[in-house]
Ligand binder design. Structure first.
Ligand code: NAD
Length: 367
């Protein structure tokens, strides 16, 4: 199979790293890499060539490949250059963009959406969402520390004692748990809140305090994802979060509802009551944000409170984000590319059934 990756200037990551390319070549595939595809992840053309990949220009890659792997969904003009029935792997977010499966189907490609891989034990090693969320949670704390006009850890010095930073994490899923662990490591005192009760034990096992609001709706059949809450619950939650937010130095928000706008957990009124110098990092900004004032991809100063809206912080750790992404891809490919490099696309397979969103000119999502 001819596998191609492109230079993606809009994202610092690259879809395959040399170690994984070697493994793909061992399994009888060829890998075509656009020149400078890895530069932003500190991987040179020479590194790719040493792994056995061929460096080619963009058009010849697109015309020759059977499978395109892309961190971000390719631009529309890419599809016109592909062979009929080529496969394209990316994160297409059909749950946020209902028209995307139909658009992909009209190009004739078989589109495999990484964010549709089911969150089952069997597929954990392919879970790009978790790999990237974990990096984002880590980086959110580092970014917050950079903006914070104070120390994170408690320090006792001859000039006096400095109390530790108070950190509030809203949403204790994959990103939130990594944010808790990172904030604890650098000396913060951490509290966290989630509507899923299962998160309580995980939060406490990291040494943070779980903020409990009684009466949450939890749906075990929602595939690990949170569900919308009742109005009564939201009011109780709002009051408690506001009380915690007023005392916080850093708030990291990660709460998402799949296919719906993110829940607003920090109102404008809450932000007004926060301490000057406090920092909010809102990882849910791309779906509206958990803070009412967040602007996606912007850093704001609201009366001394810094609000950073960024849902793609994983790319700011490009070397390791690319490494984990690439390894997830390799594990996913093992489902439908044989050790002899042959395609075996069984759409009845549980993992492919949910992640293949267009095939043979037909949309397979949202019909
Ligand atoms: P996510 O990114 O969809 O959401 C982040 C967190 O926000 C979740 O913990 C969610 O419960 C929380 N949240 C949503 N609405 C909220 C609200 N109103 N207030 C407070 N918190 C709110 O979720 P995620 O981090 O990708 O994953 C969630 C869970 O799914 C994980 O903790 C894990 O248990 C499970 N999971 C399972 C697998 C697997 O088995 N393969 C893989 C990944 C995750």
């Amino acid at each position: 199979m001819q596998i191609g990756i492109l230079n993606e200037p809009s994202d610092l990551r690259v879809a395959l790293v040399p170690d994984v390319i070697k493994q793909l070549i061992d399994r009888k595939n060829n890998v075509l890499v656009e020149s400078n595809a890895g530069v932003q992840s500190s991987i040179s053309n020479d590194d790719f060539q040493a792994s056995g990949a061929e460096i080619k220009d963009r058009d010849s890659i697109l015309q020759n490949l059977d499978l395109l792997i892309s961190v971000t969904p390719p631009a529309a003009e890419v599809y016109a250059k592909l062979k009929p029935h080529a496969l394209v792997i990316s994160s297409f977010e059909p749950f946020n963009k209902p028209e995307v499966a139909q658009q992909l189907a009209s190009t004739g490609v078989t589109a495999l959406s990484l964010d549709m891989i089911p969150r089952i034990t069997l597929a954990q090693s392919m879970d790009v969402l978790s790999s990237m969320a974990s990096i984002a949670g880590y980086k959110a704390v580092i970014v917050a520390a950079n903006h914070l006009p104070r120390y994170f850890p408690m320090l006792t010095t001859a000039a006096g004692t400095i109390p530790p930073a108070k950190v509030l994490v809203l949403g204790a899923g994959v990103a939130g748990l990594q944010a808790i662990a990172t904030a604890k490591r650098i000396g913060g005192v951490v509290e966290a809140f989630d509507t899923r009760l299962a998160a309580k034990e995980e939060v406490e096992s990291l040494g943070a305090k779980f903020v409990m609001v009684e009466g949450a709706t939890d749906d075990k059949d929602a595939g690990g994802y949170a569900v919308e809450q009742t109005d009564e619950y939201k009011q109780k939650q709002q009051a408690l979060i506001q009380a915690k937010a007023e005392k916080a130095d850093v708030i990291i928000t990660t709460a998402q509802l799949r296919g719906r706008p993110a829940p607003v957990l920090l109102t404008a009124e809450t932000v007004q009551k926060m301490k000057s110098g406090a920092v909010i990092v809102d990882l849910a900004s791309s779906t509206g944000g958990n803070c009412a004032l967040t602007q996606d991809n912007e850093t704001l100063d609201v009366d001394g409170v810094t609000i950073i809206g960024n849902s793609n912080l994983a790319e700011k750790v490009p070397m390791h984000a690319s490494q984990l992404f690439s390894k997830n891809i390799f594990n996913y490919l093992k489902v439908f590319v044989s050790e002899e490099g042959e395609l075996n696309l069984d759409l009845e397979n549980e993992i492919l059934k949910s992640s293949c969103i267009s095939h043979d000119g037909a949309a397979r999502y949202g019909n």
